[in-house]
Design a protein around this ligand. Structure first.
Ligand code: NAP
Length: 672
C-alpha cells in the first residue's frame, strides 16, 4: 500500500503539516501506511472560523434541516464504505469489527437524523418540558428552552473506533447546530481522515461546520471559551491532563469525558451449568474478549460467577477461546485480528503483567505472538483470581485488548460490591432468569454503571449484547469511566446546547418557542381549521364549538354499545359510594367521542388521519344533564415531507360552568 500523507482540514482547505511527520504503521504488517502532522496549522484561526462561519450557518438551519444533512452524510459514507473497509483492515480490524465501526458509525448518523426529524421541532429553539405557571392570573409563566452553544465542539477521539467514534459525536453535535473540530487518535487517523474526507466531499455541510486535525492539537485548548465543548475519549491519564488545563477550568468549558472502564459481567446465582443463561454468559464473555481484539471501551474486563460455578466457567471459556482463529483480518474465517499498533501491544502486555501479579493466567500466553511477522497480534488472555478482594489490580488496571479476569463471588451482595469496586463503569451485564436478583442488582449497582444489560433466555436472540453502545441509549458512566454521557437519543443533542429558563407572558414565550402555550391568545376565523393545510394554519388558531348535553340515555347506550358497564357509569348507589363521584358519571371515552363529534369537520380535506392523543387527563366528572363544549387550538406544526406533516392540537373540553373536564393533545397528519 502506498504511504498516505494525512492532511488537516482547516478553514475549508486541506493543508499538510509542516516539518517532519510522524509515521503510522499497519497493525497487521508493521509497514508504514501513513504520515501525519499538524505543525504550522493555525489552531486559533480554526476556532475563529468555526465560530464566525460554521456556527452561524448551522444555527440558521432548523433541527429538521440539520437532520436531513446528517442523513446525506451517512449515505455518502455508506456509498463509499468499501474504501473504508480496505483501510480498516490495516488497523487490525476484521470485516465484522469494521462493520461496527463503519456501518455502525453511519447507522448512528441515520438514527440521529431520524430522531431529529421525529422528536425535534422543525424550528431552531427546543422546548424542554412543560410550561410552568408562575402567577395566579396566568400572565406570567416559565418555560425551559435549549439553544445551540455559539462556540465549537472539540472532539478528541480514541484509536479503537476511528469512524464510529467520530460519528457518534458528530451526530448530536451537528444536529444541535454546533460546528466541530475533530482530532482523531494518531495510530488509526488514516481511517478517520478517509471517512472525514467523504463527509466533506458529500458537499452538504456548510462551510466551517467541520474541521480536522491530523496530529497534535498544538495550542488549540488555550483559545477555548465558555461556549465551547471538549468531548474527549481516551485514557483517564490524558483526560485528567486536559481537564486540568487552566483555560478549561477558568472558562468552565464543558468537558465530556469517556475514559477507562473495568466493565463487569455477572453470572446470576440461579444460572448454573446447564441453564441457558450459563451458556449465554460464556458466549458473551468470549465474544467481548475477541471482538475488535478486546479494544472496546465496553468490553468485559471482569467476569464474576458464583464460587460453585467458577471452575465450570473457566473450563467453558478456555475451550471457547482456544478455538478462536487469529490472523490477518483480510483472510476468510479469521475471527480476531491484531491490536491497533505495536505500542498498543506493548501496553497490553504491560497491563497483563500487572494483572498477573494478583491473578493467574489460565488461557493464552501474552508473550507468544499467535501470528508470525511484525503485526500487533496477541492471543486472548484469560486470568483467574480466587481472592478478588485481595487483588486490587484486577479492579483497577484496564488491559485494552483481549483480556479478561474471572473471579468467584460468595452471594449477590458480594457480587454487587465487586461490580461496584470497578469505581464506575460504562456497561455491566447480568445473566439471570430471576427478576428478584435482577432488581436487587439494579438497586445495589445502578449508581455505579452507565448501562446495565440483564440478559436471559427471553431476550438473548434479539439482544444487541453487552458491548454495543446504542445511539438511542446513554453511553457513559460515572467515576473512572469519566462521568460523561454521550448519545442517549435527543439527550445527546442537548449536551451541545444551553438550557435557559425563559420567563414572561404566555404570548411572548409562545412567539419565541413557536408553540401555543396555555394562556396565550387564541384567534378564531371563518374557516374551520380542518379545511386548512399546514401552510394556511397559524399557531393559536382556534375552533370553539357549540355545546352538547350529555344525558343518561347517552351513557347507557354507550355502555351497551361498547360493553363498558363499569359501575361508576351504570350503578347510581355504587357510584355515590365512590369517594370521587356524586352519582353516575359519563365515560371518559364518551366525552372524547362527543368532543370529536363537536369539532370534526367531516368532508374530505387536508386532514389525513388522527394518529393519537397525548397527555390526556379527565379533570372533572361529567354528570347526566351537563353540557360540554370544546376548544381546539393549533399548538404546533411540523412538516415531514411533501405529502404530509404533523399538527398538534391543544384540546380543552369544558362543562357548562366553564370547568375543564378533559384536556389533551390531539395529533393529526395533515397535508402540508
Ligand atoms: P489516549 O492516549 O488518552 O488518547 C486519546 C486521544 O487523546 C487521542 O486522540 C490522543 O491523540 C489525544 N491526546 C493525547 N494527549 C493529548 C494532549 N496532550 N492534548 C490533546 N490530545 C491528546 O488514549 P488511547 O490510548 O488512544 O485510547 C485508549 C484508552 O481509551 C483506553 O484506556 C480506553 O479505556 C479508552 N477508551 C474509552 C472509551 C469510552 O467510550 N469510554 C472508548 C474508547 C477508548 P494521539 O493519538 O495523537 O496521541
Amino acid at each position: 500500500m502506498k504511504t498516505l500523507k494525512l492532511l488537516n482540514y482547516a478553514r475549508d482547505s486541506w493543508v499538510a503539516g509542516e516539518g517532519s511527520l510522524a509515521e503510522i504503521r499497519s497493525a497487521v504488517s508493521g509497514d508504514v501506511v501513513a504520515q501525519t502532522g499538524s505543525a504550522g496549522v493555525d489552531f486559533k484561526a480554526m476556532l475563529d472560523h468555526a465560530r464566525r462561519v460554521g456556527g452561524p450557518a448551522l444555527r440558521k438551519l432548523t433541527f429538521h434541516e440539520r437532520a436531513w444533512m446528517l442523513k446525506d452524510v451517512a449515505n455518502a459514507i455508506m456509498a463509499r464504505k468499501e474504501e473504508l473497509y480496505e483501510l480498516s483492515f490495516e488497523t487490525g480490524a476484521t470485516r465484522s469489527d469494521g462493520w461496527i465501526d463503519i456501518e455502525g458509525g453511519a447507522g448512528t448518523l441515520f438514527s440521529f437524523s431520524s430522531k431529529g426529524r421525529r422528536e425535534l421541532p422543525n424550528q431552531r429553539v427546543l422546548i424542554d418540558g412543560q410550561m410552568e405557571m408562575l402567577s395566579k392570573g396566568g400572565t406570567f409563566v416559565g418555560q425551559h428552552v435549549f439553544t445551540p452553544l455559539q462556540g465549537v465542539a472539540v472532539h478528541i477521539n480514541a484509536f479503537n473506533f476511528p469512524v464510529w467514534g467520530m460519528l457518534e459525536k458528530l451526530g448530536p453535535t451537528l444536529l444541535a447546530g454546533v460546528p466541530a473540530i475533530v482530532k482523531p487518535a494518531s495510530s488509526t487517523a488514516y481511517l478517520a481522515e478517509a471517512a472525514f474526507r467523504i463527509m466533506i466531499e458529500a458537499g452538504v455541510l456548510p462551510d466551517g461546520a467541520l474541521q480536522f486535525i491530523a496530529g497534535s492539537t498544538g495550542d488549540l485548548l488555550d483559545h477555548l471559551t465558555l461556549q465551547d465543548v471538549v468531548s474527549f475519549t481516551g485514557s483517564a491519564a490524558t483526560a485528567m491532563k486536559l481537564q486540568s488545563h487552566p483555560v478549561i477550568a477558568k472558562e468552565s468549558v464543558r468537558f465530556v469525558a469517556e475514559r477507562d472502564s473495568l466493565n463487569a459481567s455477572i453470572l446470576g446465582p440461579d444460572a448454573g451449568p446447564g441453564t441457558p443463561e450459563f451458556d449465554l454468559f460464556v458466549k458473551e464473555v468470549a465474544r467481548e474478549m475477541t471482538v475488535k481484539a478486546g479494544q472496546k471501551c465496553t468490553a468485559i474486563r471482569r467476569a464474576m460467577a458464583p464460587a460453585e460455578y467458577i471452575d465450570a466457567v473457566e473450563q467453558a471459556l478456555a475451550e471457547r477461546l482456544a478455538s478462536v482463529r487469529i490472523g490477518d483480518p483480510r483472510e476468510e474465517g479469521v475471527q480476531m485480528g491484531a491490536l491497533a499498533s505495536r505500542e498498543q501491544l506493548a501496553s497490553v502486555r504491560e497491563a497483563i503483567a500487572e494483572l498477573a501479579r494478583s491473578a493467574r493466567i489460565v488461557a493464552g500466553d501474552p508473550d507468544i505472538s499467535p501470528v508470525a511477522g511484525n503485526g500487533a497480534f496477541i492471543s486472548p488472555i484469560l486470568l483467574r483470581s480466587d481472592n478478588p478482594w485481595n487483588a486490587p489490580a484486577i479492579h483497577d488496571v484496564e488491559a485494552f485488548g483481549p483480556v479478561s479476569t474471572i473471579m468467584p463471588y460468595r452471594d449477590l451482595d458480594d457480587a454487587i460490591a465487586l461490580a461496584n469496586r470497578g469505581m464506575g463503569s460504562l456497561a455491566l451485564s447480568l445473566f439471570t432468569f430471576d427478576p428478584e436478583a435482577a432488581e436487587r442488582f439494579v438497586l445495589g449497582s445502578g449508581a455505579y454503571h452507565g448501562r446495565m444489560l440483564i440478559l436471559d433466555r427471553t431476550s438473548a436472540r434479539e439482544s444487541t449484547g453487552h458491548g454495543s453502545p446504542l445511539p438511542v441509549l446513554v453511553h457513559g458512566g460515572p467515576g473512572r469511566a469519566g462521568g460523561g454521557e454521550e448519545m442517549g437519543g435527543i439527550r445527546g443533542v442537548t449536551h451541545y446546547m444551553q438550557r435557559t429558563a425563559l420567563q414572561g407572558s404566555p404570548d411572548m414565550l409562545a412567539a419565541i418557542v413557536k408553540q401555543w402555550l396555555p394562556g396565550a391568545a387564541k384567534q378564531e376565523g371563518e374557516v374551520h381549521p380542518f379545511r386548512k393545510r399546514i401552510a394556511e394554519l397559524d399557531i393559536g388558531y382556534t375552533l370553539k364549538t357549540a355545546g352538547r348535553q350529555v344525558n343518561l340515555e347517552d351513557i347507557e347506550r354507550f355502555a351497551r354499545f361498547t360493553g363498558d358497564n363499569f359501575y361508576a357509569h351504570m350503578d347510581e348507589e355504587a357510584a355515590r359510594a365512590n369517594p370521587i363521584f356524586d352519582g353516575r358519571v359519563a365515560h371518559g371515552y364518551l366525552i372524547l367521542s362527543f368532543a370529536a363529534g363537536l369539532f370534526v369537520d367531516p368532508a374530505p380535506g387536508p386532514v389525513l388521519a388522527n394518529y393519537g392523543l397525548e397527555n390526556l387527563r379527565f379533570q372533572t366528572p361529567v354528570y347526566p344533564g351537563d353540557t360540554i363544549r370544546v376548544e381546539l387550538t393549533v399548538k404546533s406544526m411540523s412538516v415531514r415531507n411533501a405529502e404530509m406533516g404533523e399538527v398538534r392540537w391543544a384540546v380543552f373540553v369544558f362543562n357548562q360552568k366553564g370547568e375543564v373536564v378533559a384536556s389533551y393533545d390531539l395529533l393529526t397528519m395533515n397535508e402540508p
